[in-house]
Design a protein around this ligand. Structure first.
Ligand code: PLP
Length: 417
């Protein structure tokens, strides 16, 4: 990739993504399902292959050359992730399978050890199921109570409502950074400051933020932050948990087994220092190394460049979507306050029907509840269609999407009258 200022960002990077250059149903693929998973650049694909061709060995165990190469690459990747989110120490980054596992780790370790009956956990009505179900389970187990921040009229995080829920009973605030359905970017720094004033801990679900924005955990001052590799140009099967060092030190292990121990006796064990205490068993080695390659790739473009390009593209997407008859777009209306996605409905047309027609034209979008079923219920929608962008998408692709969407809406309109 050579980035030049003259061309839009996508034109500089599209050659790096082989999957984008194919036909679907005889039409060029227009991939607009990036909030579900992003595509992977050659640098990431090559890293996966190189590892299995040249370096495959278990990490932290062998003294032989392959094992030390694999260990160096695996631990090197941790350094890259730590720098990417500006963690104060590499020991604050725990590799997990995905964001979901990282949230469960905090729930079953910190939550079970610290929460008492009557303690309160504040979530929002816009949480992905990954940041809801674990807390339902932990609340059932500990007697803690869940509270939910609602939305403002413009369908964003209601800060006043949040403040009214905070009290000396609040032990945890667990909030999504960028909603995968509303597209709103929540004021996470202010949320952390407000929650800390009441002595509560804060977990940020940054699954939709880390791929698109510069995320700085020290500036944000969150206690934990989670993200998932496959949405940020990395492979599936790898994600990470950031946690403040002393907090992670104070937490009991989540899973037990090899890799996470110091000394093992038949009746008890002592545990390895961070980060290994939370990485039981053989990890996803190639995936972790390839996540490091994804971080290198994103860094080489620059997160500010990615965000600025995506903002222009989002403005264009919203502008065009608003021209489609009967359209209802969910979330804030101002493109500047949004991430690069839009969930919408068009009259009574079922989102699955829209998605099927778009697929015939080579356009991949999502239809359903996007793992935010309570939010859909709150908004009075059974399901929505969602177009989600990444920095390799173009205005021309949005044009193809909109033209096909208009045709589909007109077609169904003529049937349903
Ligand atoms: C906001 C948000 N949180 C969490 C997740 C869960 O990610 P994963 O399934 O990789 O754990 C997603 C995935 O769609 C998401 O959009």
């Amino acid at each position: 990739m050579t980035i030049t200022q003259e061309k839009p960002l996508a034109a500089n990077v599209r050659a790096d993504f082989p999957i984008l250059h194919q036909q679907i149903n005889g039409k060029p693929l227009v991939y607009l399902d990036n909030a579900a998973t992003s595509q992977k650049p050659i640098a990431v694909l090559d890293t996966l292959r190189h590892y299995y061709e040249f370096d495959n060995a278990n990490v932290h165990r062998g003294v032989h050359t392959l094992s030390s190469r694999a260990t160096d690459a695996y631990e090197g990747s941790r350094d890259k992730v730590a720098a990417f989110v500006n963690a104060a120490s590499r020991q604050e980054i725990i590799f997990t399978r995905n964001a979901t596992e990282a949230i469960n780790l905090v729930g079953y370790s910190w939550g079970v050890a610290n929460l008492q009956p009557g303690d309160e956990i504040i979530l929002t009505v816009m949480e992905h199921h990954s940041n809801l179900i674990p807390w339902q389970l932990i609340a059932q187990r500990t007697g803690a109570v869940l509270k939910f921040v609602e939305l403002t009229e413009s369908e964003e995080f209601d800060f006043n409502h949040f403040k009214s829920l905070l009290s000396d009973k609040t032990r945890l605030v667990a909030v999504v950074h960028v909603s995968n359905t509303l597209g709103c970017i929540n004021p996470v720094k202010e949320i952390c400051a407000e929650a800390h004033r009441d002595g509560a801990k804060v977990l940020i679900d940054a699954s939709q933020a880390v791929p698109h924005l510069q995320v700085d955990v020290q500036d944000m001052d969150c206690d934990w932050l989670v993200a998932t590799g496959h949405k940020m140009c990395g492979p599936t099967g790898i994600g990470f948990l950031y946690g403040k060092l002393e907090l992670l030190r104070s937490m009991p292990p989540f899973l037990g087994g090899g890799e996470m121990i110091a000394d093992v006796f038949l009746d008890h064990s002592t545990y390895a220092d961070l980060p290994h205490k939370f990485e039981a068993g053989t990890p996803a080695i190639s995936e972790a190394i390839a996540l490091g390659a994804a971080v290198d790739y994103l860094t080489s473009i620059g997160m500010d460049t990615i965000h600025a390009y995506e903002q222009q593209l989002t403005d264009y997407l919203l502008e065009q979507l608003e021209q489609v008859p009967t359209i209802r777009i969910y979330g804030p209306k101002n493109g500047r306050d949004r991430a690069a996605l839009a969930a919408f409905t068009a009259g009574d047309v079922h989102p699955h029907d829209l998605s099927t027609i778009l697929d015939q034209a080579g356009v991949a979008i999502r239809a359903g509840h996007h793992c935010t079923q309570p939010l859909h219920r709150y908004l009075g929608a059974q399901s929505t269609a969602r177009a989600s962008l990444y920095f390799y998408n173009t205005r021309e692709e949005i044009d193809v999407f909109i033209a096909t969407l208009k045709e589909a809406v007109e077609f169904f309109g003529s049937i349903f009258g």
